[in-house]
Write a protein that binds this ligand. Structure first.
Ligand SMILES: [Zn+2]
Length: 280
């Protein structure tokens, strides 16, 4: 009888534990390793971004929507391109520094003598300080792309401030430069995002030319074609050096640079293109 009395509670405890395990099976663990998983800008965010572009009678906007389905939301209070007729463009890279891809992009840029602008994820700066230093040393400009890549539309202003401050402090710690350029993750802005970011002294930089190089099934040829189709005077071109497998971006990059140059364009960094200060 005594044994039986023990067994029943043990049975319930084991059953409860098994139910708990089955309920939590799909929840990823929150640990350091999990955070290292690639931060991929999923195509779904691009679709919602496209849908979120307000319908206006502004003809320039309608024109832009035709040429570029990856335009960031118009709500971002900053720059998505330079207003110029001159054949100048800026190459920008998001979501790094990231493993071997950023290093290889640096090699390609060096080979082609191009200076670009890198919008860094703060958390990755903590993982790759040497790579961060290398980007800076090679003469490229460093911008802030938040610390953990959240959707700024979904976080509080306090969280936004932390994301911005932590990243800029980390970049300053590694390179000695405190960035003033900010690219919101997914290109998402609201009035509150604009106000908070601008109030902290940052300039918001989005893009006017982007392709789907962040998608796992992207093709190098298509990436190149997309960029070449959409390039225009004053364009800010968005590519990705981090957040996932960027082999296709690497493969497309030399051709993108060579053919844009052949069209008579000059590559500038964002502060050169917009005549603004990159650092505090
Ligand atoms: Zn991003």
């Amino acid at each position: 009888m005594f044994l039986r009395k023990i067994k029943i509670p043990v049975f319930f405890a084991v059953a409860a534990y098994l139910i708990f395990l089955s309920l939590t099976a799909g929840i990823p663990p929150l640990n350091k390793t999990e955070k290292k998983y690639p931060l991929v800008e999923k195509p779904t965010s691009e679709i919602s971004r496209k849908a979120a572009i307000p319908v206006q009678s502004d003809t320039s906007l309608i024109q832009e929507r035709k040429v570029n389905q990856f335009l960031p939301m118009k709500k971002c209070d900053g720059y998505q391109n330079a207003e110029t007729g001159e054949k100048v463009v800026a190459l920008t890279f998001d979501d790094g520094p990231f493993n071997k891809y950023t290093g290889k992009i640096l090699e390609i840029l060096k080979e082609h003598n191009v200076k670009a602008t890198f919008f860094l994820v703060g958390e990755y700066v903590t993982y790759y300080p040497v790579l961060t230093k290398k980007i800076h040393k090679q003469g490229h400009v460093l911008g802030n792309h938040s610390f953990s890549h959240p959707d700024f539309k979904k976080i509080t202003t306090d969280e936004m401030k932390k994301e911005l401050n932590k990243t800029s402090r980390e970049i300053k710690k590694v390179t000695g430069k405190y960035p003033l350029l900010f690219r919101p993750p997914y290109g998402h802005c609201t009035d509150s995002v604009n106000h908070t970011v601008n109030h902290l002294g940052y300039t918001i930089i989005t893009w006017s030319v982007m392709t789907d190089d962040f998608c796992p099934d992207a093709k190098a040829v298509k990436i190149k074609e997309d960029i070449l189709d959409k390039v225009h005077p004053g364009a800010i071109i968005g590519l990705h050096d981090g957040g996932g497998d960027r082999t296709k971006t690497l493969k497309a990059l030399p051709g993108i640079i060579e053919e844009i140059r052949e069209q008579g364009y000059e590559f500038l960094t964002i502060p050169e293109l917009l005549n603004i200060e990159p650092y505090k």
